[in-house]
Design a protein around this ligand. Sequence first.
Ligand code: SAM
Ligand code: SF4
Length: 324
Amino acid sequence: MVDKFGRTIEYMRVSITDRCDLRCRYCMPEGCEKVSMSQILTYEEIVRICRVSADLGISRIKITGGEPFVRLGCTGLIREIKSLEGIEEVTVTTNGQTLDKYIEELKDIGIDGINISLDTLDPERYEYITGRGSLEKTLRSIELAASSGIRTKINTIPIKGFNDDEIADMAAMAFRYGIDVRFIELMPLGMADSGIGFSNTEVLKKLKETWPDLEPDGSVHGNGPAVYYKRPGVKGGIGLISAIHGKFCASCNRVRLTSQGQLKPCLSFDLGTDLRPFLGGTDEELREAIRKAICEKPEGHCFDEKDYSSDESAEHRLMSQIGG
Ligand code: SAM
Ligand code: SF4
């Protein structure tokens, strides 16, 4: 459907859990509060919201979290959503710690894409940033996904003084596996201080020092706001998602469903419609609530405002609590 600023909203990111097997410092630091399981939408409720949203023109769904694969039965949910009328594409975002167990099933389901998050190629740094993860497991998942024929992307957050010396090494994975590597600017959510983020302008500068032949790639790589670059005759692409230094709100096509059933029209504001009361009513009532929430989508994010962190209307939850 079209929102009040003329944008076509056709993409919904669906968080199925706020739990995770990792503790990335910018997303889910140790000790961060979890929602009680009784507050989390059931799979039946999630499927119903996706089905009703499809009537309004939502045709692409991203399954996310938290870590989607820590919730039992995640692949069954993906299969059900994939079979809904009007849903053209279902993809998933994961940290890759357990993907090896699910890759065959995901292939069988016909999943349309897998995004794997990875911020460093150094085992010690990996353990530091994720609190507890194994780099080896995620690298293995990337290899498995890339060789499975499923569209695979790597998501990397550039962080000053942490991985800014690894930008070219991370990007090189795109050309090694013939996949996309995307650099995502850190957003100042919860405890993530965007001051430690590294701008994509600087990322591009570093990439061009390594590959002077890097050129803009106008072809469509997915649903998102990434601006892509490629090397002539080489498979694989580099995407830059520059929410802070390259505001792309005028072409935003998405809404987010939190694991507790809040439909959030914009990541940066503490705004959203609690869909749970409407789950007790008819499909028409639920559809109307979703339509209204989409209609209320703000014109642009407020991450770039000076007093963002003290602004009461700003989102103060972490990415893992909202759904990344
Ligand atoms: N656990 C899965 C994963 O790591 O891919 C899915 C959920 S995670 C919240 C989704 C994505 O959000 C990850 O790529 C992560 O790096 C990103 N993310 C988390 N906090 C962020 C922040 N403050 N700014 C930008 N991206 C963030
Ligand atoms: Fe977990 Fe993903 Fe957040 Fe890391 S980024 S803590 S893997 S939800």
